[in-house]
Design a protein around this ligand. Structure first.
Ligand SMILES: NC(=O)c1ccc[n+]([C@@H]2O[C@H](COP(=O)([O-])OP(=O)(O)OC[C@H]3O[C@@H](n4cnc5c(N)ncnc54)[C@H](OP(=O)(O)O)[C@@H]3O)[C@@H](O)[C@H]2O)c1
Length: 239
């Protein structure tokens, strides 16, 4: 599983009023589409879907051709994470029907809400009572929907749950030359977070590329200090 995020130099992924969350360059947008072109499915949290006019699809024809050359389906699956089922049913993502939309949720939503979610999506699947058990959910996605490579595009709360579950293999991070400030502005990993250094996710540097004023970083998640994964090779791309 990969996570791809753009953040400001002060570590924010949106302004504190959540009005601005798209602030990367055209190159960053290309990077996002390049990564989507390698993934079976793209996943996002309910607030990311609510607040942005995104379709979570592969984009222009050249990216779809690139998917087909890789042996992937022309359009990636789309996965929305919503524990209470509160995702806005009128969100832009539900208006495009080019590929299946799967909603992962818990036992919290009422039967009526589940029914409403089923009307706008292709499958609604419950994992866990109050929190999604992402280990089980990813196993199911692999088995039922053949999702081998999953790209998560935030937001901070979903990312945090995935990091805590130890499910993230790689983090793609674009550092954009801006400062948003604001203690309430979201970051790449919010949610519950960690209570000790030992529980932190450790990252291994994989590559860095500077394009204009932006830095494109790739880290491999190396587990926690208690369960480190094996070290990987490093690559620095000269600019
Ligand atoms: N700069 C970037 O690259 C980037 C990328 C993505 C998003 N963003 C921005 O980040 C902000 C959204 O981030 P966010 O952290 O507030 O929201 P988020 O992670 O997109 O969505 C949060 C929602 O996802 C569901 N959820 C989260 N963790 C869960 C878990 N463990 N189990 C089950 N459901 C879970 C819940 O849905 P329910 O409330 O329905 O239960 C929760 O309210 C927006 O401003 C967005 O535009 C920026």
């Amino acid at each position: 599983m990969l996570i791809n995020m753009a953040m400001t130099a002060d570590g924010k992924i949106a302004t504190s009023n959540r009005v601005v969350s798209s602030f990367g360059s055209a190159r960053d947008q290309t990077h996002l589409l390049d990564l989507r072109a390698t993934a079976d499915a793209v996943m996002a949290g309910a607030r990311t879907v609510d607040l942005n006019a995104i379709n979570m699809g592969p984009g222009p024809a050249k990216y779809r051709r690139s998917r087909l050359r890789r042996g992937l389906s022309e359009y990636n699956l789309r996965i929305i994470v919503s524990r209470s089922g509160s995702v806005n049913l009128g969100a832009a993502v539900f208006n495009k029907s080019f590929s299946p939309i799967i909603v992962l949720t818990t036992r919290r939503p009422s039967a009526k809400r589940l029914q409403a979610l089923r009307k706008v999506s292709d499958e609604v699947k419950v994992f866990g009572d109050k929190e999604i058990n992402f280990h089980t959910a990813l196993r199911w996605l692999r088995h039922k929907w053949k999702v081998k490579r999953l790209l998560c595009e935030g937001g901070g709360e979903v990312n945090d749950a995935l990091f805590r579950a130890g499910l993230v293999d790689e983090l793609h991070l674009t550092i954009c030359p801006k400062i948003f400030g604001g203690r309430d502005a979201p970051t790449i990993a919010d949610g519950i977070g960690r209570s000790s250094l030992a529980k932190a996710t450790y990252l291994q540097f994989k590559s860095a590329k500077r394009l204009g004023d932006e830095m494109f970083l790739v880290y491999r998640a190396a587990g926690t200090s208690k369960s480190p994964r094996r070290s990987s090779s490093r690559r620095i791309v000269p600019t």
